[in-house]
Write a protein that binds this ligand. Structure first.
Ligand code: GLN
Length: 460
């Protein structure tokens, strides 16, 4: 009854439950799973208010309410990087511990006008810097499958919110993998759309040429529904474009050799190979492709990203927003220093300019690959979830968690984390990447896979 969006809406419209019951259900789960530290703020009152209003509309208009509120009764959480009018927004950092925004992000507005009900703001690595959820100033988020392990990051609380059944869906941000990697570690879908497909207006900026707003869901259909509501131009984010296409035949799947290297845990590789067998069995054509510059992607990312971080974080000078710049944690400081260095005169050409050139190479290689295949399949994270504390003292080790996800950000292409398989108590999965604005194709391929494997989402 509280499973997918369509199940929930069916129960509401048939009168079996009210929107208030949906909110009750998720709030109770949030209380039960408090130890996971997935939420920084729970918006109990607002959720009940919104649900009561919707219940009135349902009793006046019946089914027709869906024309006005297509996502009626859908309970959503937001990474604490999305500005929510009147509701504290911390970006996971003490700097913004008591910051109350005066306006909401476009995606928040669009979610609410389509009928979604906000249940709270989720924990995340401070400023979205991290791959484990341990770098939050409000304590780590725990993996619901085993509490001694990380859920992935930086959108840690959002992934846990969906995987543990604390909300139907959640919004995160993905600059280098922060939606796909935690989705992978928690066993749910995670979409990083095309760069410029979803507005970043009202989102705390990390690295503006890479930042994307992404969606977490347990059910593939829900991911698509939510994406469709928030995508598209809003006149407030200049990078936005409307786009999308179909190909009218079975997509050809590309297997990039470089993503199947010895840096990837054999358990993870073996599982992706099994997924590939499922596709082959389903009549998909599979082709090997080469993306030779993949090996430079992480270096490019750790030049371009800190450079942009250093300019974006300059606004938190303690005067306009937040408490004091002294509250910045170690990781943010590391990136500010690194970014300022690669942009400094004398080093700009050697680092930033060179990285920009290699970025173009990576983009060109993807373009070339997409001439012969429609989508690419790869692992998401090179490892299964790691223990809390295992990588937190070694930034380089932590950075390498993103080797397979950053290329899509560098090229601005869409990518989807698909849950499939298990290793011990942990879920596994794979990544599908496609050319810009190919989200429909990614959904189509993942949907076909879901049917072929008879996949069912069960919250932990
Ligand atoms: N883990 C990567 C980083 O630390 C990606 C973060 C993100 O996508 N926000 O930069």
């Amino acid at each position: 009854m509280f499973g997918s969006i369509s199940e929930t809406q069916k129960a509401i419209l048939s009168g079996d439950i009210k929107c208030v019951d949906v909110v009750d259900h998720f709030l109770q789960k949030i209380d039960e799973k408090k130890h996971l530290n997935a939420f920084l703020t729970v918006t109990r009152e607002q959720a009940y208010d919104a649900a009561k209003k919707q219940d009135k509309l349902v009793s006046s208009y019946g089914r027709a309410v869906l024309e006005r509120l297509p996502l009626l009764g859908v309970v959503v959480s937001y990474k604490d990087l999305f500005l929510t009018k009147g509701v504290r927004t911390t970006a996971g950092s003490r700097v913004l511990e008591s910051y109350i925004p005066t306006y909401s992000a476009t995606i928040v507005e669009r979610s609410h006008t389509s009928g979604m009900i906000m249940i709270g703001k989720t924990n995340c690595d401070a400023w979205a810097h991290g791959a484990s959820g341990e770098n939050s100033d409000f304590g780590p988020t725990l993996n619901p499958h085993n509490n001694e392990f990380v859920p992935g990051g930086s959108s840690s609380g959002s992934a846990v919110s969906v995987a543990a059944g604390l909300s139907h869906v959640s919004f995160g941000t993905d600059t280098g993998g922060s939606v796909r990697q935690p989705a992978n570690f928690c066993g749910i879908y995670g979409l990083k759309p095309t760069y410029g497909a979803v507005s970043r207006y009202g989102v705390v900026a990390m690295a503006s040429s890479l930042d994307c707003v992404g969606v977490f869901s347990g059910y593939l259909g829900d991911c698509k529904k939510v994406f469709d509501v928030v995508r598209g131009t809003d006149g407030r984010d200049a990078t936005l474009k409307n786009g999308g296409f179909h190909i009218g035949r079975k997509p050809v799947i590309g297997v990039p050799d470089e993503y199947f290297s010895e840096d990837v845990d054999p358990v993870v590789l073996e599982n992706v190979m099994q997924a590939l067998e499922v596709f082959k069995g389903g009549g998909y054509k599979v082709k090997r492709v080469k993306l030779p510059s993949t090996k430079y992607a992480i270096s490019v990312y750790y030049i371009v990203q800190p450079a942009e971080v250093s300019s974006n974080l300059a606004r938190y000078d303690g005067i306009r927003f937040g408490e004091s710049r002294e509250m910045f944690g170690l990781e943010a400081k590391r990136r500010i220093v690194l970014g300022t260095f690669v942009l400094s005169s004398g080093y700009y050409d050697e680092y930033y300019k060179k990285a920009s050139k290699v970025r173009t190479l990576i983009i060109n290689e993807f373009d070339e690959a997409f001439k012969s295949v429609d989508v690419l399949i790869s692992p998401v994270s090179p490892s299964t979830p790691f223990r809390i504390g295992e990588k937190s003292a070694d930034p380089l080790k932590m950075y390498l968690s993103d080797i397979l996800t950053v290329p899509a950000n560098i090229a601005g292409i869409p990518a989807l984390s698909v849950p499939f398989g298990r290793y011990k108590e942990f879920p596994l999965g794979f990544q599908l990447m496609g050319p810009k604005f190919s989200e429909e194709i990614l959904f189509e391929v993942a949907g076909d896979f879901e049917r072929m494997t008879d996949y069912k989402f069960i919250p932990v």
